[in-house]
Design a protein around this ligand. Sequence first.
Ligand SMILES: NC(=O)C1=CN([C@@H]2O[C@H](COP(=O)(O)OP(=O)(O)OC[C@H]3O[C@@H](n4cnc5c(N)ncnc54)[C@H](OP(=O)(O)O)[C@@H]3O)[C@@H](O)[C@H]2O)C=CC1
Ligand SMILES: N[C@@H](CC=O)C(=O)O
Length: 348
Amino acid sequence: MTTYNLALIGFGGVNRALAELIRDEPRRFADLGFELRVVAITDLAFGSLVQGEGIDLAAVLAMPRGSSFEGLPGGSTEARNEDVIKNSPADIVVEATFTSPIDGEPAVSHVRWALESGKHVVTTNKGPVALKGQELSTIAASNGVRFEYEGAVMSGTPVIRLAHKVLGGLELRAVQGILNGTSNYVLGRMEAGLGLEQAIAEAQELGYAEADPTADIGGSDVRLKVAILANELLGAGIHPNDVETTGIQDITSQDVADALARGCRWKLIGEARRDADGTVTAVVQPVALPAGHPLAGISGATNAVSFTTDLLGAVTVSGPGAGRVETAYALISDIIAVDEFAKGAVRA
Ligand SMILES: NC(=O)C1=CN([C@@H]2O[C@H](COP(=O)(O)OP(=O)(O)OC[C@H]3O[C@@H](n4cnc5c(N)ncnc54)[C@H](OP(=O)(O)O)[C@@H]3O)[C@@H](O)[C@H]2O)C=CC1
Ligand SMILES: N[C@@H](CC=O)C(=O)O
């Protein structure tokens, strides 16, 4: 049985859900042919903890937010990310911190430090992928490690790997979808009569929203995801700033009610399309979809993406687009990809 040592960078909703799965379900991983051992954790609130023999996850998960790793063997109050990423005995760095939509930091640096130290990276963080994806993949390849980021788009629902591996023989012409769980949840709750602020508060409580929910409501989260899909699947080479973006912040309860009365539902739609001249254009905007549209029935934090292909026409995938456990599963699928690579099942 292979054992992978993990360093968890960020100990918020997603990485705590992963730690809970590792604590509670070793059998799930044993069935996959490996064991996961967390040897380091860093977090702005808790500080840093490095224990090469494996951290007692039950103990750290029981620590209330506001307490500190200081006082534990290998613990300190400070989030010593660079030192932990470079020097802890981790094989895989699990990056689940904050993302700045402007420069992707601090996550870009976290990923770069790990890859340059010869450690695999699995991440749910969109910033590094959308803003520096090509550069980081090149660093990974030259260091003989993997940079995996399935959860950067649509949480645990397979999109990126599915499109690369299973749809790889098709020509993809466009991608269009509902790519933000929070805004879709919020629009649904507004249909049920809630105000915008109250609906956002619910989405935060459920673990769907970004640390700054204006990224969800204002469209910048979807802008990053559309840029990732355009670059990964349509070979676009675009920057998120190239994606014309309008969020749902100006959609009022009255707009929602009026649309419902017309048999329509407001949805925040992200789209990237290859034009006849070969250029790729991408846009994020709210659209009042008629009830018969395939995306109109996608409710709650569920997301859906439709690929326009040459041989199959439209291929649509839907599933959870946000949520702590759902997103932790994306990290597990990335670790499976690392394991396949390490065992030689997949060539770099
Ligand atoms: N939740 C979801 O449904 C999904 C999330 N994602 C992405 O996954 C990542 C994690 O999400 P989630 O767990 O929900 O977010 P949380 O805000 O719950 O957790 C992030 C954690 O990282 C900590 N943190 C922030 N900056 C740093 C830093 N520089 N060094 C160390 N720790 C840091 C935060 O501390 P503090 O709170 O003190 O700032 C917090 O504890 C995000 O990038 C998000 O966009 C992707 C898909 C779905
Ligand atoms: N805040 C995001 C989480 C996943 O990326 C969302 O609501 O979709």
